[in-house]
Design a protein around this ligand. Structure first.
Ligand code: NAG
Ligand code: NAG
Ligand code: NAG
Ligand code: NAG
Length: 441
């Protein structure tokens, strides 16, 4: 499928987990972070997104014995505002058997390459962890996902996920979490490009959930639409057509982008090229890096979603931060890429600086949007960077393919070390999203 053209001869020894800040890296820090955060994940995006188509465990802690996959916390959290002072972005993964076994991915129509259980992934330990925000379970509990509470929080509303394949991963997780408890109906789907647009209804609370594939948030042609084309052409001054057309119907928007901007594109404003990032040198475009275009696309999307206030609709915008890949130096076609079976321990892995930079841009844009003072629009950050960084074990890896070892272990086989298995750690993104939506303004 052409993804191999992005495979570079990377450092073969850097796969081992490392406790240093600069994991197993003989390249410059910048290049390393680039590899960790952007480059290889984009090879995967190329492979996956445009296409239509061990048992060591931490000692059992009595403290955790009362936490299981029931909804034990929910009742202890006062309806709204209970977790007001909680910051979910820092914390650690703690062992909680069965916590993430909440649904059967095959029954909620997840992308086949994320249906790890169906695809034969034999280990299930990655489903046995929950995120404990800093502060501890008494002052900052993160309750298990409660579908009824979620639907009540967005009763009568349209929840739209807009962005790249991580936005889709979270959107599918939400549909699965909700439809495990409530009847759902597929309302619309782009049948030709099945994974680029869809919408589900949850009639019990008159809720709809949509996904709009828009990897740059704004209008993009070329590779963003067709993987056989080498570059994306990105119009920084025009919001993505499809979601912008529906903007007036959207009550809650979850925006997630970053990977494709790190990868680069040719950027336009007013129909003129303003520069490029990672474009071929022969084209002589001015290099603009990734940070400025990233700021601009978030700003454009937020503006578009705030500007339809004239319709009198109070709107909540949730800006999700960057969720990094875990190839950690392995080639995308290595059978041993992301084969870890448990999360990193506290201190074992630092958030790469480039991921921090992308995260900071999202925080800045959220702050800037609040400062612009669109009163009817509430802007929140869903900061998943740290918790995602700590979960190398939660990706499909070679189990993006069905029964990958049925004919023995191949020398080369594609691994997905970017998206998360469904069910899997991405369900936690929605546990936090629920708390954000329940929080009093
Ligand atoms: C989990 O909750 C169920 C139902 O409330 C209960 O029967 C079970 O004992 C709990 N498990 C643990 C480990 O506390
Ligand atoms: C939450 O913690 C993160 C990381 O420490 C910090 O960047 C962010 O500003 C905090 N958020 C709030 C609302 O305090
Ligand atoms: C998930 O659902 C599918 C289809 O209904 C079924 O064949 C499969 O056995 C289920 N898997 C698990 C782990 O329950
Ligand atoms: C890019 O610049 C080089 C050196 O100035 C020149 O030879 C080449 O023709 C330019 N390419 C384009 C497409 O303008």
């Amino acid at each position: 499928m052409g993804a191999h053209q992005y495979h570079q001869p990377l450092h073969p020894h850097s796969h081992k987990p490392s406790s240093s800040k600069n994991p197993g890296c003989f390249l410059s820090k910048a290049v390393c972070a680039w590899l960790a955060c952007g480059f290889l994940s984009l090879a995967l995006l190329h492979l996956l997104c445009c296409s239509p188509a061990g048992n060591q465990r931490p000692a059992f802690s009595p403290l955790l014995s009362y936490i299981n996959n029931t909804y034990s916390f929910v009742s202890s959290v006062p309806g709204a505002g209970g977790a007001k002072s909680c910051n979910y972005s820092e914390g650690q993964w703690v062992w909680a058997p069965g916590h993430a076994r909440r649904y059967n991915g095959s029954q909620c129509d997840v992308k086949e390459s994320h249906d790890c259980i169906r695809n034969g992934r034999p280990d299930t330990g990655y489903l046995d962890w929950r995120w404990q925000p800093a502060g501890g379970p008494s002052s900052c509990p993160l309750p298990a996902f409660d579908a009824g509470a979620f639907l009540s929080a967005v009763r009568g509303k349209h929840v739209a996920f807009i962005g790249d394949s991580m936005a889709r991963n979270q959107a599918q997780s939400l549909v699965c979490l909700l439809s495990a408890a409530f009847p759902s109906r597929l309302l619309r789907r782009d049948e030709e490009k099945k994974h680029t647009f869809w919408r589900y209804a949850f009639p019990a609370r008159d809720v709809t959930v949509s996904f709009y594939w828009t990897p740059f948030l704004v209008r993009a042609t070329g590779k963003a639409e067709d993987e056989s084309v080498p570059y994306s052409h990105v119009h920084l001054d025009q919001p993505g057509d499809r979601w912008a057309a529906d903007a007036g119907t959207i009550d809650v928007a979850v925006l997630a982008a970053g990977h494709w901007l790190l990868n680069g594109a040719i950027y336009y404003s007013g129909g003129e090229v303003v520069g490029a990032h990672n474009a071929p040198a022969g084209l002589n475009y001015t290099g603009v890096g990734y940070a400025r275009p990233l700021r601009m696309v978030y700003r454009k999307a937020v503006e578009r979603l705030s500007s339809s206030e004239s319709d009198g609709r109070p709107r909540t915008l949730v800006l999700a931060t960057f969720s990094p890949a875990h190839f950690d130096g392995s080639p995308i076609d290595s059978p041993t890429a992301c084969t870890r079976m448990e999360p990193y321990r506290e201190g074992e892995k630092e958030v790469a600086w480039i991921c921090k930079e992308v995260r900071d841009i999202v925080y800045d844009e959220a702050e800037a949007a609040r400062a612009r003072g669109a009163s009817a629009t509430r802007v929140e950050v869903l900061d998943v960077t740290k918790l995602a960084t700590m979960r190398p074990d939660g990706h499909p890896g070679v189990y993006m393919n069905r029964d990958p070892f049925k004919h023995g272990v191949p020398d080369k086989i594609y691994s997905d070390c970017l998206h998360f298995c469904l069910p899997g750690p991405v369900d936690t993104f929605n546990e936090i999203l629920l708390q954000i939506l329940r929080k009093r303004r």
